[in-house]
Design a protein around this ligand. Structure first.
Ligand SMILES: *[C@@H]1O[C@H](CO)[C@@H](O)[C@H](O)[C@H]1NC(C)=O
Ligand SMILES: *[C@@H]1O[C@H](CO)[C@@H](O)[C@H](O)[C@H]1NC(C)=O
Ligand SMILES: *[C@@H]1O[C@H](CO)[C@@H](O)[C@H](O)[C@H]1NC(C)=O
Length: 417
């Protein structure tokens, strides 16, 4: 972050600190306006959270089918015949037996109380717990500022406290964002009467932001065009029969604008995941990309041995920099319909210590069945606006915002006057 950017950030955080909320919490609906929330990156886990449960954070999970949180001992429970109970059972966590839709009520054995299977992707554990309703809150937005707080009721799963293990400190659950009826954005769409889509702008530091229900989005400094109307590219979203997350298709990968030779000529299945810090590549794809990058950086000063889990590390004092990050070869994922998701230095090189930066790609391990060729992780999405549009089955992306002299931490979180 440049000095000017950090000053701006400081100014914005001061404004937020000094602003007194003039509005009572508006209830029910935001009058068809999208909702905005801040995104924080947890340093210990590299997970991203949003403070939407009474101000407490939920972890964002692009592959999560449900929203789940710890519940009070007394909470309402949906009945088994409710259509949301059926939706809660449309995806099952791995290794979780399908044992019906619920449990008999202790007081009334003729009543069936709906249970769901919240899943903690970071510990790999799942549980069986009641399907309930919870108040969540965020601010309505015009795309420039938060306007006023809105709270709405969402159908969520309870979870035993033990399921919170391995989440960032303070997190009270997980906000699933997958392509399901009970994912957070689908519930915002229904309660606020907005489009079933959302845009994520993951921060590398400071507060990033998510907008649920569509654009526009204006980042500071003022006077810039709407980012959502000026995306670098768009590509179709595909469904995977077993997983509810986001899948796109790539035809090839290029390093330094030269095509990487891959064993398989099949289109590459690419998933986007907020569960992993760095992009993972299937072993055959990993080898080919690492070798190509190694060749393309042959003259650069290496740091050996490299810093695990990475394989190519460089003396960052000698890499040179551009406004898109370190001056290293770009990596292009050539997507279906011809657009490129281009990874520049800002999203490819992780600074692991003062003088060392490494190519932030890792090899997939223990993959079962038919894994995606590429799983794009958090670091590679940072400071890019990524638009997930379930209704139109389209994924849009801005490319690295540094190229537009802005970052994901440049949303003006001061409540509009
Ligand atoms: C709304 O925005 C204000 C200003 O950024 C923030 O302090 C407040 O916590 C937000 N409210 C909700 C419910 O997210
Ligand atoms: C996408 O990347 C490939 C490989 O670097 C390049 O040949 C092609 O011109 C790029 N396409 C666009 C639309 O930029
Ligand atoms: C942020 O928004 C507030 C309220 O609209 C405005 O007064 C302030 O000038 C904005 N800050 C920047 C840096 O644009």
């Amino acid at each position: 972050m440049s000095r000017a950017e950090s000053h701006l950030l400081l100014a914005v955080s001061l404004c937020v600190f000094l602003a007194l909320s003039p509005c009572a919490l508006a209830s029910g609906n935001g009058n068809g306006k999208p909702l905005v929330t801040a995104i924080t990156k947890d340093a210990a886990t590299s997970l991203y959270t949003v403070p939407i449960k009474d101000g407490h954070p939920l972890v964002l999970d692009l592959s999560g089918a449900l929203v789940w949180t710890a519940c009070d001992a007394s909470h309402p429970t949906l009945e088994c015949h409710h259509h949301f109970c059926m939706h809660a059972h449309s995806y099952h966590p791995p290794d979780c037996p399908h044992n019906g839709y619920g449990r008999a009520d202790v007081e009334d054995p003729f009543r069936c109380k709906c249970t769901a299977h919240p899943y903690n992707p970071f510990s790999g554990e799942s549980a069986t717990a009641d399907l309930t309703r919870t108040r969540l809150s965020a601010n309505a937005t015009d795309g420039k500022n938060p306007l006023y707080p809105v709270s709405f009721t969402a159908v969520t799963s309870c979870a035993p406290d033990s399921l919170l293990a391995k989440l960032p400190a303070g997190a009270v659950g997980v906000a699933g964002l997958a392509r399901t009826r009970l994912a957070l954005q689908a519930q915002v769409a229904r309660s606020q009467k907005v489009a079933n889509k959302f845009a994520l702008c993951l921060p590398s530091g400071g507060d990033g932001m998510a907008i649920f229900g569509g654009g526009p989005l204006f980042l500071i400094p003022p006077g810039r065009p709407d980012v959502t109307a000026n995306l670098d590219g768009e590509t179709p979203l595909h469904r995977n029969k077993d997983l509810p997350g986001y899948f796109i298709s790539a035809t090839k990968i290029a390093v330094n604008q030269e095509q990487v030779h891959l064993y398989s000529q099949e289109p590459l299945v690419v998933e986007l995941s907020s569960r992993i810090p760095y992009t993972m590549l299937r072993p055959d794809v990993y080898r080919a990309v690492i070798d190509a990058f190694d060749m393309a950086t042959a003259g650069r000063k290496r740091v050996t041995p490299p810093v695990a889990p990475f394989e190519l590390c460089y003396d960052s004092r000698e890499l040179g920099s551009t406004r898109l990050g370190y001056a290293v070869p770009q990596i292009d994922l050539v997507l279906e319909r011809g657009k490129n998701w281009t990874v520049f230095g800002g999203n490819s090189m992780a600074q692991v210590s003062d003088n060392t930066a490494c190519l932030a790609l890792v090899k997939m391990k223990g993959e079962k069945g038919n894994p995606p060729a590429v799983v794009i992780g958090g670091f590679q999405m940072e400071n890019n606006l990524v638009v997930f549009d379930d209704e139109k089955a389209r994924l849009g992306f801005s490319g690295l915002l540094w190229g537009r002299q802005t970052t994901c931490s440049n949303f003006n979180f001061t409540l509009a006057a």
